[in-house]
Design a protein around this ligand. Structure first.
Ligand SMILES: Cc1ncc(COP(=O)(O)O)c(C=O)c1O
Length: 434
């Protein structure tokens, strides 16, 4: 099918996610991905600076991951995961638990970030239920995004995305997120305010609170909003002291994004549950895990089915996804990925500082491979700003998708320093013209 007929058929049959089709620009037909780039039918190259919805780690079509998937498909395509198990799932669980904090030992598989969160929330609620303890409330942070299923929407309702479903979302207690950036003189005061809110909530409702959930170090969809490791530590220690389970949503931050393998590695406190997805397969296949402690797992064991965790998906622990994830971890090690991450971080820091000098941006911030900046705008243009910028970036061969006035980069780790510098040159030029 030619590009124009493909697009025609797309317009007739396809409903795209997070898209207002009436006003959106035509979708771009991508036919190939290689390393840090995507290519359309005319051969135009788009540097994938956001790793295709934050999933790609080592580059598109990485041959080692391709090979692992092909090999697995030829051996075992799928088997139901209740009553059966298989080597890719067991090996991946062993590898992940060896990399995660020591107490996180039990892996529950699912297939996307939202379901990893649903699993974490259901696990937390049932953990208390199974013990006959009435703890039913959840604390989340303002602006948080945890996915689009009903539980995840409830946790993310302050994002403002979900008004049509408001009547069906469960009640959640929200704490202000102490968003910070480079040279933020107010950070201590912001953190103190958030912690005071948390203290008050705990004082009023500790006996009812089952769990707290947070995107550690970086709130993604809210606009790459950063918080400090010290804040995270203070939050977790307060929860532990009050018998509140802590869930880290590392769906986006996992697998090196923040400079360490997991964001939780940057502080001393360990969550009770961690959710991983997106980068887990290197961006190849849908897969997610919710990893928890032996203590939580033990609370679901009983002689009757009553206490069992009644959750599962048809494609749970898909062998191809697990094989891709194992290969991605191998590539991570073999290709000295942390060296690449350090180089990306240094380039980000230098170029964001340079951009700040132009006066076009403020609140520049870098955390590992994530760089973000708020573009200064005249409020009259605020609503159309992200669309206009996105189109300008695409025109220049950059896959960037601003969140409101926040322009951010989160490239695959295989991006070369030259590619990244060239991208910043173009961004600077586009912002200068805007
Ligand atoms: C922090 C976080 N949690 C959960 C999700 C939901 O993941 P998925 O889109 O795979 O359902 C996302 C997606 O962007 C995310 O950024």
């Amino acid at each position: 099918m030619s590009q124009s007929s493909l697009l025609q058929a797309d317009k007739i049959h396809i409903w795209h996610p997070f898209t207002q089709a009436k006003t959106a620009a035509d979708a771009i037909v991508i036919i190939r991905g290689q390393a840090a780039s995507l290519f359309d039918e005319q051969g135009k190259e788009y540097l994938d600076l956001i790793s295709s919805w934050w999933v790609n780690l080592h580059g598109h079509s990485h041959p080692k991951i391709v090979e692992a998937i092909v090999k697995q498909a030829q051996t075992l395509d799928h088997v139901m995961f209740a009553g059966f198990t298989h080597a890719p799932a067991v090996t991946l669980a062993q590898k992940l638990t060896a990399l995660l904090p020591a107490s996180l030992q039990r892996v529950f598989y699912s297939d996307n970030g939202s379901t990893a969160i649903e699993v974490a929330v259901k696990m937390s609620l049932q953990y208390w239920y199974n013990q006959g303890i009435k703890k039913k409330r959840i604390i989340a942070f303002e602006g948080a995004y945890h996915g689009d299923t009903f539980g995840a929407m409830s946790l993310g309702q302050s994002s403002g995305f979900y008004h049509p479903f408001a009547d069906y979302l469960f009640d959640v207690d929200f704490v202000t997120y102490p968003q910070t950036w480079d040279d933020d003189a107010q950070v201590i005061a912001k953190e103190a305010k958030s912690l005071a809110e948390l203290d008050e909530l705990i004082q009023q409702k500790a006996s009812e609170i089952a769990a707290l959930i947070i995107e550690p170090l970086v709130q993604g969809a809210a606009g790459m909003r950063f918080c400090r490791p010290a804040f995270l530590e203070a939050v977790v220690s307060r929860c532990k002291a009050s018998n509140i389970l802590v869930i880290f949503d590392e769906v986006m931050t996992g697998f090196g994004r923040t400079g360490t393998l997991f964001a939780c590695d940057q502080q001393q406190q360990v969550p009770d549950i961690i959710c991983l997805s997106k980068g887990i397969t290197g961006g190849f296949l849908p897969l997610a895990v919710t990893v928890t402690t032996e203590n939580i797992y033990q609370n679901f064991l009983d002689c009757t089915f009553e206490k069992a965790f009644t959750h599962g998906h048809s494609y749970t622990a898909h062998p191809l996804g697990c094989a891709a994830a194992i290969a991605s971890l191998t590539v991570f090690e073999e290709e000295k990925t942390f060296d690449k991450i350090k180089i990306i971080q240094e380039i980000h820091k230098g170029r964001i500082a340079q951009l700040a000098k132009t006066g076009k941006i403020q609140h520049g911030r870098v955390q590992g491979t994530i760089a973000a900046m708020d573009v200064k705008i005249d409020s009259t243009y605020a609503s159309s700003m992200s669309q206009q910028l996105r189109q300008a970036f695409l025109g220049a061969g950059l896959n960037l998708r601003p969140l409101g006035n926040v322009v951010y980069l989160m490239p695959p780790y295989c991006i070369t320093p030259e590619q990244l510098h060239q991208a910043y040159d173009k961004i600077e030029q586009i912002l200068h013209q805007s």
